[in-house]
Design a protein around this ligand. Structure first.
Ligand code: PMP
Length: 355
């Protein structure tokens, strides 16, 4: 192996995404996508844009989309940064706000992109263990040296932290940026976006991949004080001023504007989630209190890895993390009611083999 490769290998330990199997008949409950298609208005807007202007560059400032997102959150466009999926927005945020000589903090069980970014950019970090009930021990995040990042609800646990505790973390890091990754917030309680005007060290990152059914378009955004947004914009423009393509910009704007469809699909997923939790419990699982579009569940007897493999053989894909202390849990995305019926049928077959 060349010396150039080993230099890179030392720096990064890249994120491994969930399997994307495009096979007919698979019930895909492994990457927290929305089981419903995007808003028909979003699809129309994408088609229209495709017929119009693809030979021209997109807007580098995306004013219209940023205005729309700002309006939705009762902010100004100066408070909004848009990127190519929230993964990209998070990557830019690490570069913009975290330093190579100050340790940042994030939970030990969390979105595994954080350690990947930290390693890539040479940012030291401390992983804070979760409490026994998988809640976030907020005081352990107070007075950090370099900043704080966590998802709310947390991933892959699905557990939500009430806003009053989020505020405590922000207030106890007055000189550092606190990033709240709200990829799943639309299936949960209040968003920290309502705190942007009150705290200039708060950055809230959201995505259109989950509640807006646009994972395939790659649209994420950050909300924050205008100075933080300027910082992110400097980083973006140092890479590629046009991170978002015209189709994504058009689709995103139309999706935000279709509030009725958003409410319908989100409400439906939450309803299905509650039914799935009850059914899992009836089937011998402990389920963490979920406020996301997925659940995190552990069987009283059967090993999660074994269940994952057996379900996969039965064409049901869920997510398994071979890592303590979550080795015994499966992360199951909420699909349509029909998907979940099939899931339970196949789960019962698998369980019946062993009990
Ligand atoms: N944050 C968390 C916590 C996630 O689970 C995900 C989805 N894998 C993302 C961010 C990234 O989402 P996207 O890049 O699709 O916007």
């Amino acid at each position: 192996m060349s010396k150039y490769w080993s230099k890179m290998a030392k720096r990064t330990d890249p994120y491994v995404p969930g399997e994307q199997i495009d096979q007919k008949g698979i019930i895909k409950l492994n990457t927290n996508e929305n089981p419903y298609p995007p808003s028909p208005h979003a699809v129309d807007a994408i088609r229209l844009e495709m017929d119009r202007k693809l030979q021209q560059y997109p807007s580098p400032t995306m004013d219209s989309l940023r205005d729309t997102i700002a309006g939705y959150h009762q902010l100004r466009k100066e408070n909004v940064f848009v990127g190519n999926g929230s993964d990209e927005v998070l990557g830019f945020s690490f570069m913009a706000f975290f330093d190579q000589d100050k340790r940042i903090r994030f939970p030990a069980v969390t979105y595994s992109f954080y350690p990947a970014y930290a390693k890539l950019f040479g940012i030291p970090y401390e992983e804070i263990p979760l409490a026994r009930d998988f809640s976030l021990p907020i005081e352990a995040f107070f007075q950090s040296d370099g900043g704080v990042i966590f998802p709310n609800p947390n991933a892959p646990t699905s557990v939500y932290l009430e806003l009053e505790y989020v505020i405590e973390v922000i207030e106890n890091n007055p000189d550092q940026v606190v990033i709240i990754d709200e990829a799943y917030i639309d299936f949960a309680g209040a968003s920290a976006a309502t705190l942007i005007d009150a705290y200039d060290n708060l950055l809230v990152v959201q995505t259109m991949s989950k509640s807006r059914s646009l994972a395939g378009m790659r649209i994420g955004f950050a909300l924050g004080n205008s100075d933080l947004i300027k910082g992110l914009t400097r980083v973006k423009n140092s890479f590629n001023s046009y991170t978002m393509d015209r189709l994504a910009i058009a689709g995103a704007e139309a999706a935000i504007n279709d509030h009725t469809y958003f409410l319908q699909t989100t409400k439906k997923i939450i309803q299905t989630r509650e039914q799935v939790i009850s059914r899992l419990k009836e089937n011998g699982f402990t389920v963490l209190p979920s406020q996301a579009n997925f659940v995190f569940a552990s069987h009283y007897k059967l090993k999660a890895n074994w269940l994952y493999e057996r379900l996969k053989e039965n064409h049901v894909l869920v997510r398994y993390f071979d890592k303590n202390p979550i080795k015994n849990y499966l992360r199951i995305t909420i699909g349509t009611d029909e998907d979940m019926d099939t899931f339970f049928k196949r789960l019962n077959t698998v369980i019946a083999e062993q009990t």
